[in-house]
Write a protein that binds this ligand. Structure first.
Ligand SMILES: Cc1ncc(COP(=O)(O)O)c(C=O)c1O
Length: 408
């Protein structure tokens, strides 16, 4: 479900049974949790140290080593990580940050937390990612940073974006909430810009229920974030209460309560170890969908998601299909309802930010202002994709769609 609306996507499939129960129940998302995660949680509970402590430190080290970045700062969401990055960069009222419109609430709202303006950028029609060209069109004298989202786990085309940012002396923030593991030419999503944010939300590719991680090579950003994630204090509880710690701390600034618990970090350590194996399973699901659609009667009614290039690793967080609305006899909403009746949970990624009441009211956006995003949103349906989705379940989803999507 990722996002919009978070718990409702699963609920939709669950409540879809109505009076006559559907033949199958395939939720939009099912997290992959095994005995190792259960054992790791029990170990933390038995240790009696529940909040930020040695597991969190170990999780930060593991992420840092896995992705090869200078610093990893654990927090309780990607939203918190984005906020801390923007805060550490000194974004303030009167500034602007370019943000892709095709994203979740977190990207725009964190800019607003600091009183700055998110300036929304359109996206590429194939990948759903912002490009150097769509970003450049939104640069203003007030622009102080560029935010990029690696939509669905496919990396944005970073080199031209970094080049543009360098030419304007702007930092680049990578929202890598969908993108673990995800890379291009060996460079990991979240580590190629000035700073990046990972999400460990319940539906993400690596989950701790709720959680996030700030990635950066900048010691200034990392140090500021470490303090600001915990009330702006000079020392966290682990440093104060673990062996040899001191009770003393000082409040350096007005910070936030964004620290990650050791319970979550323990799950994260196990999930991180399993990240590539889980990704391979999601790739299997994606390939199965590709083949099943290609062999179906609806092959030319549906546009399939962009595949990864030869030097790319796709996280396959989402499998977003798009309907050729001019060729099918049902609406997108009807297709979603009929899938729910058949026991298949789906979601839509995303309702572009510029279509939401807040952005229309506050900045006067109209749908046609960012036409590519607008058009892709109207056609998009995210299908279930997770490691333990069987080939048989994938075939069922495509088979159901083939009966729902009648040609005009
Ligand atoms: C693109 C994107 N960015 C950020 C977030 C926020 O993640 P979190 O729930 O960890 O704050 C999400 C969550 O759905 C997302 O999809």
């Amino acid at each position: 479900m990722t996002a919009t609306p978070k718990p409702a996507a699963v609920a939709a499939a669950q409540s879809s049974a109505g009076d006559a129960a559907p033949a199958r129940h395939i939720p939009f998302h099912r997290p992959s949790i095994g005995q190792a995660e259960r054992d790791a949680v029990m170990e933390v509970l038995d240790s009696r140290w529940l909040t930020t402590g040695q597991r969190t430190v170990a999780f930060e080290e593991a992420v840092k080593n896995r992705l090869g970045c200078g610093h990893a700062v654990a927090v309780n969401s990607a939203t918190a990580a984005l906020h801390l990055i923007l805060e550490a960069l000194g974004i303030k009222a009167g500034d602007e940050v370019v943000v892709p419109t095709y994203t979740f609430a977190a990207c725009g709202e964190t800019v607003r937390y600091l009183g700055a303006r998110p300036r929304l950028a359109d996206v590429d029609p194939v990948t759903f990612n912002a490009t150097a060209a769509t970003i450049e069109a939104q640069l203003r004298p007030e622009t102080k940073a560029i935010m990029v989202v690696h939509f669905g786990g496919l990396m944005a085309d970073m080199d031209p974006i970094l080049e543009l940012a360098r030419s304007r002396n702007l930092p680049v923030i990578e929202d890598a909430a969908h993108a673990l593991p995800c890379s291009r030419d060996g460079r990991e999503a979240g580590t190629v810009g000035t700073a990046g944010a990972l999400s460990f939300y319940a539906t993400k590719t690596v989950t701790t229920g709720e959680g996030g991680m700030l990635l950066t090579d900048s010691p200034e950003i990392a140090n500021r974030a470490r303090s600001m994630r915990l009330h702006g204090l000079t020392r966290d509880a682990w440093k104060r209460y673990s062996g040899g710690g001191s009770w003393y701390y000082e409040i350096e600034d007005v910070g936030f309560k964004y620290n990650l618990t050791d319970v979550a970090a323990a799950i994260g350590l196990v999930q991180l170890d399993r990240a590539e194996a889980m990704r391979v399973e999601r790739e299997r699901v994606a390939r199965r969908y590709d083949r099943a659609f290609a062999a179906s009667a609806i092959a030319d009614l549906v546009e399939l998601p962009a595949a990864a290039g030869p030097n790319e690793v796709h996280a396959w967080h989402l499998y977003p299909i798009r309907l050729h609305l001019d060729r099918v006899a049902v609406t997108r909403a009807e297709a979603i309802d009929r899938l729910a009746e058949a026991g298949v949970g789906t979601s839509v990624h995303f309702i572009p930010l510029h279509l939401h009441p807040y952005y229309r009211r506050t900045y006067g956006y109209a749908p046609a202002d960012l036409p590519v995003a607008n058009l892709q949103f109207e056609r998009e349906i995210s299908l279930p994709i997770y490691p333990d989705l069987s080939d048989d379940e994938v075939d069922y989803v495509v088979d159901r769609l083939a009966t729902i999507l009648k040609p005009q």
